[in-house]
Design a protein around this ligand. Structure first.
Ligand SMILES: Nc1ncnc2c1ncn2[C@@H]1O[C@H](COP(=O)(O)OP(=O)(O)OP(=O)(O)O)[C@@H](O)[C@H]1O
Ligand SMILES: [Mg+2]
Length: 1067
């Protein structure tokens, strides 16, 4: 079973350590929750947060009581609740110990969540600025202020880490994120030092821009540095150290490296590191930090060569510190430490002799001539120190530029103008030392300016705005430190102007004359004091070379000693030597143009003043968020709450006034047009556009949103919303609305794009159609034209058709021929009997005839080729029949389609006796016939058998009569449709019974067979009217034929046989 552990963390929430698979467990639920779950869980834990005090001072019961204010801070501090809001300003108390409130889960919890929903945290400020930047597309800046050691740098690092972890990333962005993060240890190594106030005190001001692309991913950065405290390079107060990098190099540097640099692993060996007498500090691990810095340098993009050159410079500063002077009798200084010069010459890449001379001489230009004037020991030492400071200071600026190069976004498509920016200001805090030099003056002046900005933006302008907008308002009194700023920076009358004037003034200007001039000019100022001007009590604590400024944060005595020396910081010949350096970094730091530039350079104070003015401009152009850091004690101790110290800070930071204004005022304000523009989609009346007055639009909108009257006020040009909650609720509503709008937009866009696509397709289709129709129409027109031409030619050809061939008719004639041939081709007769043939045009009559013959021959030939023997025999018989009867006998046509058969009587039809009598004689044909007696013309049924040589008439079993073919004289038939026929037999022989009168239904077939068997084709007579035949004994019989309606055969009265043959339709 998994162990369930609950951990109470300083912000008051309950976090359960992740399970094996990274899931989180919740106290009230038994099952694991995912990373989303932790959020919900954390939210529920919100009730547990801030059990102590109030999380927003605005909620304090007695908001005007400083005691209550500090009590609230104390209560929370005791519970490790270091963050508290005053409205949107974050007050942070340095815990001086590691709190577990900066984990990834904490970051997740603050991501995209409204301010008031979660407990106060630096992440909430960071997230709020990020979201404002994204939603309002306005550049933001986070101003972190507080005195030295209050936790500004830590806070700025937390903000940077928050962005690095929570912002969307890509590969490139990851590199930038890494570089942004890694710029910190590098800059801290070179620009931070242990002071009495802070073990990691920023000794330079830093303003960092983080650039975000439109997706909200950090894509670049830029750092501006402000006045490094260079005096620290050569001198540190007791208990303080030089910049970290020196110690890191000596402690952490590999032996090889140190050998190359000529350094020993002992800080005590170096004059520049021993002044404060504390080279080692328990809270600082130089060796470890060295590794971090080395790694950071390579992540930022320093090559090994560049690192080597950089370290050469750092080492050379240490060697410079060890350059010692001796004094000649004449007073001129000489160098006693030759080895240092050797190292210096090598490390700086300069000529040793020239360097040596430059360190002991000063170049003077008198009447156009250059003279080398020797320096005394003191002057030489200060020249050496000046050179050390210059080298270090310029290298530091180079370092910042180099980091900027590596942070610059190099994508061409990225327009830095379109980038959104969040600025992060972490500047040295207000500080007071026993001995405060020119640099402290600058640092504190800078803090005055920041306080001024805070006042301007939160107290002054806010109140002014309420009044300008006509909101009922009771002014809150506050101390405006503008008076101090003016004292320092005012033109002609300010301290900096006076300093400049003294510096530039010819003659014997000195620190003392400067002090006197100050007394003359600003001596009456309420915030200025000198020993001379002070009362007795104050005089005791003030030196004669000091002036006192009563800063917003406290009184500081500044020593004028050396302030004027600023103008002679670096002798010209030393600059010249440095310009000759072979070190690549130094060549960039010391520009030869500087030597030839005749213009007097601005003094350091003016430079600083101008750079601050620029900084203020930058900050004013952005929307600020404030983090006010408070230092709980001077001992850097965890859990110690020094009330006096804190009250002092609460006072000078103006937090009480801030609270009062915030309590009475409004958390949020926007110009009507901006407000309406942003939220108009939340109300149907204002969406998509509002036509009337802006104030009415906003009023309609907020009423629709259900704002209560106490929640907002409408000014002249702006709406004021009292509680952040109200605004956040509106923001949430907008978030929801955006989704539905996005869906709508998407669908409209899809509709639009589809419509456009459709229209385009339609246009294309229409175009194609038009083209195609055009093509078709042109084709049709061409066809018609051709058809018309053809018709015209045809008509012309027709007109000229009888003319001999000529151009007018050749087409027609050819066509006629062609069409005849084609027609012929299609309608050629299919059988020999088919006599159809298309009528040829006159020109083709002959050819047509030839073709027809050919065709017929061909068909006949084909027909004959395919004929079989039976059919041939049949046809031969039909031919015979045709020759005999065609057009002669009426019933011939009816016989044509009827096929002739081999015999009409088969074996069983013929009496066996007859067959027996016939013996082997081959019978060729047999047919039943009717025989008419010669006398009475009685009809008798007989069979006519055709043998090889004779025809036999059979009556039942009797062979009645045999007629040899040789004795067959002829055969007679009528021309009518009857079946009568007479076989004429020669009667030389009396045995012959005379001619035989027979009748057959198959008269044509029977007679054809007889004609063929007896070879009597020519002996068949076809008679009209009557047939005579001979009866035995020379007598004659006559058969008369007439046509009638039906067949009638009878003996007529005249003794003739009368035959009425039916009339056939075909005749
Ligand atoms: N949120 C914090 N959690 C833990 N320790 C902190 C926190 N803030 C500050 N500290 C401690 O206080 C020390 C001083 O903080 P920091 O360097 O940020 O002060 P600063 O305001 O930047 O001072 P300076 O003006 O001198 O640069 C840090 O080194 C650290 O030990
Ligand atoms: Mg700092």
């Amino acid at each position: 079973m998994m162990e369930l552990r609950i951990q109470l963390i300083p912000t008051g929430e309950i976090i359960l350590p992740p399970g094996k698979n990274g899931e989180f467990y919740c106290q009230s639920c038994t099952k694991a929750v995912g990373s989303d779950g932790i959020r919900a869980m954390m939210e529920s834990a919100l009730t547990a947060r801030d059990r102590v005090g109030v999380q927003d001072f605005v909620l304090l019961e007695n908001h005007t009581s400083e005691v209550a204010f500090i009590e609230n801070l104390r209560k929370r501090f005791k519970e490790n609740l270091i963050y508290t809001y005053i409205g949107s300003v974050l007050v942070s108390v340095n815990p001086y110990k590691e709190l577990e409130i900066y984990s990834k889960q904490h970051m997740e919890r603050y991501r995209g969540v409204n301010f008031y929903e979660v407990s106060p945290h630096i992440y909430a400020v960071a997230d709020n600025a990020y979201r404002s930047m994204r939603t309002e597309r306005r550049d933001q800046c986070i101003l972190i202020s507080g005195e030295s050691g209050a936790g500004k740098t830590e806070a700025s690092k937390k903000v940077l880490q928050y962005y690095a972890i929570t912002c969307p990333a890509s590969e490139h962005v990851q590199t930038i994120k890494d570089r942004l993060l890694q710029s910190n240890p590098v800059l801290e190594a070179f620009g931070n030092a242990k002071t009495l106030r802070n073990d990691n005190s920023s000794r330079f001001g830093k303003y960092m821009d983080i650039q975000f692309d439109f997706k909200g991913a950090p894509v670049g950065g830029h750092i501006i540095n402000y006045l490094l405290e260079k005096s620290r390079v050569v001198h540190q107060s007791h208990g303080e150290r030089n910049f970290h990098i020196f110690y890191q190099l000596i402690e952490g540097g590999e032996d090889d490296l140190l050998r190359r640099l000529g350094l020993e692993k002992n800080a005590q060996q170096y004059q520049f590191l021993v002044k404060g007498n504390c080279p080692k500090v328990s809270s600082i691990n130089d060796r470890n930090d060295w590794k971090i810095v080395r790694k950071a340098l390579s992540i930022i993009g320093f090559t090994d060569d560049e690192v080597e050159e950089l370290l050469n410079i750092i080492a050379s500063v240490l060697h410079l510190g060890n350059v010692q002077y001796g004094g000649e009798d004449s007073g001129s200084a000489y160098i006693t430490t030759e080895t240092q010069i050797k190292y210096l010459a090598r490390l700086l890449g300069v000529d040793g002799t020239i360097l040596k001379e430059a360190l002991t001489h000063k170049k003077i230009i008198a009447k156009g001539e250059e003279l080398m004037s020797p320096l005394n020991q003191e002057q030489a030492a200060s020249a050496r120190d000046a050179l050390s400071k210059a080298i270090y200071g310029r290298t530091f600026t180079w370092l910042v530029n180099k980091i900027n190069d590596s942070l610059a976004y190099k994508d061409d498509s990225f327009n830095s103008k379109n980038a959104s920016v969040i600025g992060l200001l972490d500047i040295y805090g207000f500080e007071v030392f026993q001995n405060n030099s020119f640099e402290q003056f600058c640092i504190n002046y800078c803090n005055e300016k920041l306080q001024q900005l805070f006042i301007e933006l939160t107290l002054k302008s806010e109140q002014e705005e309420y009044e300008a907008e006509g909101i009922t308002w009771e002014p809150v009194q506050y101390f405006n430190n503008k008076i101090i700023c003016d004292l320092v920076e005012e033109k002609f009358k300010g301290i900096i102007s006076i300093l400049d004037e003294e510096c530039l003034r010819p003659g014997d200007a000195s620190d003392i004359t400067f002090l006197e001039k100050l007394e003359d000019t600003v001596g009456g100022h309420a915030h200025f004091l000198t020993h001379k001007l002070a009362d007795g009590k104050t005089r005791k604590v003030m030196g004669r070379e000091e002036f006192r400024l009563i800063h917003y944060a406290g009184e500081v005595n500044y020593n004028v000693n050396g302030q004027l020396l600023n103008r002679y910081l670096l002798f010209r010949n030393l600059k010249e030597v440095m310009c000759m350096s072979e070190n690549k970094i130094l060549t960039q730091c010391f520009d030869r143009e500087e030597l030839t530039d005749k213009k007097r350079p601005e003094t350091a104070a003016t430079q600083f003043k101008n750079s601050l003015a620029k900084l203020m401009e930058i900050l004013m152009s952005k929307e600020p968020s404030y983090v006010r850091c408070i230092k709980p004690n001077d001992a850097k101790q965890a859990g110690r709450f020094d009330e006096v110290l804190i009250r002092h800070q609460v006072k000078y930071l103006g937090l009480m006034e801030n609270l009062r204004v915030r309590r009475a005022g409004f958390a949020y304000r926007r110009r009507y047009e901006t407000f309406l523009q942003r939220y108009k989609s939340l109300c149907p009346n204002t969406w998509p556009n509002w036509d009337g007055r802006l104030v009415d639009g906003v009023s309609t909108l907020v009423k629709h949103l259900g704002y209560k009257p106490e929640e907002y006020k409408l000014g002249r040009t702006k709406i004021f919303i009292r509680f952040p909650k109200t605004l956040f609720a509106t923001e949430d509503a907008l978030e929801v609305r955006k989704h539905s709008l996005a869906t709508k937009l998407q669908s409209s866009w899809k509709g639009f794009s589809q419509k456009t696509k459709y229209r385009k397709m339609r246009q294309s289709a229409i175009k194609i159609q038009a083209w195609w129709r055009g093509i078709l129409a042109r084709r049709e027109a061409k066809r018609r034209r051709e058809a018309a031409n053809t018709i015209r030619r045809f008509i012309k050809g027709f007109i000229y058709r009888h003319q001999p061939r000529c151009p007018e008719n050749e087409y027609f004639l050819d066509y006629v021929r062609y069409s005849f041939l084609m027609k012929l081709h299609r309608s050629l007769p299919k059988t020999v009997l088919d006599k159809s043939w298309p009528t040829p045009p006159p020109a083709l009559i002959e050819a047509s005839e030839q073709l027809r013959k050919l065709c017929m021959q061909n068909m006949v030939w084909k027909y004959c080729k395919n004929i079989n023997p039976e059919w041939k025999h049949q046809l031969e018989q039909k031919m015979v029949a045709s020759e005999i009867f065609k057009d002669k006998k009426d019933n011939y046509p009816q016989s044509v389609p009827k096929l002739f058969v081999g015999t009409r009587l088969n074996g069983e039809d013929i009496n066996p006796k007859v067959q027996q009598a016939l013996g082997n004689e081959k019978m060729k044909y047999a047919v039943p016939v009717t025989k008419y007696d010669r006398k009475g013309y009685k009809a008798r049924n007989r069979q006519l058998l055709l043998m090889a040589n004779s025809a036999i008439i059979v009556e039942e079993a009797k062979l009645k009569q045999r007629i040899d073919y040789s004795s067959l004289k002829g055969i007679s038939v009528s021309s009518l449709s009857d079946g009568m026929f007479v076989l004429h037999v020669a009667c030389e022989d009396n045995k012959q019974k005379g001619d035989v009168v027979l009748q057959s239904e198959h008269v044509i077939e029977a007679l054809t067979k007889v004609a063929i068997c007896a070879d009597k084709m020519n002996s068949i007579n076809i008679n009209q009217g009557s047939i005579k035949f001979s009866v035995a004994q020379g007598k004659e019989g006559i058969i008369d034929f007439t046509s009638g309606s039906e067949l009638l055969i009878a003996k007529a009265k005249n003794g003739h046989l009368s035959v009425t043959a039916p009339r056939l339709n075909s005749r």
